[in-house]
Ligand binder design. Structure first.
Ligand code: 6PG
Length: 214
């Protein structure tokens, strides 16, 4: 794991957007997006950069089991922040509204056909979760590409997530954490104690507040 500490959350968003744009211009073709609030600014900035979107396939690292127009939908957030303004070749959202098991089955097929994934962007929860892989949850032991979750501690409880092996197999994993609320999670991740700290090759982009306990 490599930790880059930047001054502010805005700096983190800008660095992530620049990293993604340059990795695409170096040949990356699949980009896996994260949910939550941290990546939103990165998406806004990325949508303004010069990217050959016609070469890019978009996927998602996790999704809540809601309709795609629900305010909780990770797809909706990415659409509003970026996808409405750029034109990727393909956008493969996770059909969470079908329920965790059916959606995970469909998405597993898709991810297996597109792997290895080129760029995976991830956020971190205050408990150290990433995508919808939560600390101590049996999903951490699951193989395959995508799995359904019915009891996530962060609402909504029903979700679909890529597995740890799927995330570990990606060519470039970028993890964003900003704000003092994430400092404890970042410290635990560095010690490998929480799911976000279980991806050995990940590049962390964090701000000073999130780095406070390193
Ligand atoms: C989700 C996310 C999740 C998120 C973290 C951080 O669907 O909830 O994918 O893994 O990235 O919980 O969320 P915030 O950026 O909102 O703190």
């Amino acid at each position: 794991m490599e930790f880059t500490v930047l001054e502010t959350a805005e700096d983190v968003a800008a660095a992530a957007a620049a990293d993604i744009a340059s990795t695409i211009s170096d040949g990356a073709r699949s980009l896996v997006l994260a949910g939550g609030t941290t990546p939103r600014r990165c998406y806004e900035l990325l949508s303004r950069l010069d990217v050959e979107w016609g070469r890019v396939t978009i996927l998602f690292g996790d999704e809540r089991c809601v309709r795609p127009d629900n305010p909780d939908s990770n797809y909706r957030m990415a659409r509003e922040a970026m996808l409405d303004r750029v034109a990727p070749a393909t956008v493969h959202r996770i059909p969470g509204e079908l329920g965790p098991d059916e959606a995970a089955g469909l998405y597993s097929h898709l991810v297996s056909a597109l792997a290895p994934l080129d760029i995976v962007l991830l956020g971190v929860g205050e408990d150290g979760h990433t995508a919808s892989l939560f600390p101590g949850h049996p999903a951490l032991q699951m193989k395959g590409w995508a799995i359904g979750i019915r009891d996530a501690p962060k609402p909504p409880p029903q979700r679909v997530t890529l597995t740890l092996p799927a995330l570990r197999g990606a060519r470039r994993v970028i993890i964003l954490a900003t704000g003092e609320g994430k400092a404890d999670a970042v410290a635990k991740a560095k010690r490998g104690e929480v799911p976000s700290g279980m991806i050995a090759g990940a590049r962390w982009l964090i701000d000073r507040e999130a780095a406070a306990l390193l």
